[in-house]
Design a protein around this ligand. Sequence first.
Ligand SMILES: Cc1ncc(COP(=O)(O)O)c(C=O)c1O
Length: 394
Amino acid sequence: MNLPDLQLARRTGRLKSSLVRDILAATARPGMISFAGGLPAADLMPALPLAATADPALYQYGCSEGEPAFRAAVAAWIGEAGLQVSSDQVLALAGSQQGLDFAAKLLIDEGTPILCEGPTYVAALQVFELFGAAIVCAPLNSNGPDLAAFEQLLETQRPRAAYLIPCFQNPGGACYSPAARVAIAELLDRYNVLLIEDEPYRSVALDVDHPMTPICSLLKRAPWIYLGSFSKILWPGWRMGFLAAHPALMPHLVRLKQSADLHTQRPGQAAVAHWLGSGTRAADLTRLREGYRLRRNAMQAALQRHFGAIADWEMPRGGLFFWLKLRGDLLATRAVLDHALEQGVAFMPGEAFFPHPADGRQYLRLNYSRATPEEMERGLATLAACIEAELTEA
Ligand SMILES: Cc1ncc(COP(=O)(O)O)c(C=O)c1O
């Protein structure tokens, strides 16, 4: 419906609809095989510790920073990963997406340069652009960003922050090498650029043979915000995430939390804190990784059969996605989407992951956590046939 006199904030003009959410709506159709979203596999989620959420006191308002037990459990959890923080540096979030929203509100004015990986997470682009960021991207290799390009962008663009996903990057799958982590930390310190390190896939590590030290822990001078999520390992519908930050940033972030939603829901914090302290955690994560390894391997085999002649990719070492580049430059993957959806297969065209869509025209992202091996076989055969049909017409 059109409201001719409706007055909205100027930034609303920059509010793009997320292609992911539009495609996810299409995937609700019965019989659809979806490689599109980043939904974790429901059968691999641990049992919900409902008993931990039963205390009626949890149904009262709580404090903005989060439950003390949750903050302490998260501080210990990220300490195990290599980032030593006190629980005062932890803020409970309604999903790590909320941390991206806060980072944008904290840092971005119209025209503020923000340095990202190219490609990068689509919903980070969405919120950074909403607040008016001028996004510049450093090309990403499988072991980290192109360091020369990264430094050149720091030098010439003077970004206010860098947004990086060093563990099993979404969508590119990169896992930064130890040397890349050290080099990026040194560069950020040298140029004193704030780091937003986003880590929802850290625990979905399948075959990595090197340490994945958080880059935030290597910084000596530059301020930082570290984002974590329980969506990919526990129950995404509970919207449980957190941030940890340099102490100087915490008062601002807590006020942003207050102004957004007062506090994160308390039963979810209790459930996560319980799980983090439970004896089943290690076994739950092992089961999850084994389940994902089987699916990843099944997808790799099906891709070799159906995409071996038309695309290039590297098998992801963790995370939830394959990132493919079509050979030649004849076809934009976006042009295949409608045909594929008609044929009952959903995927994410690469253009969604770049501030300049044309940079992603040859790429596509495929999620491997949801489909069965039989659906992978059928869905990838159908998708490859759609691509070949478009190529013949092109
Ligand atoms: C890189 C990245 N950051 C953040 C998120 C948001 O996760 P959450 O469910 O914790 O809000 C996602 C979800 O797919 C993601 O891929």
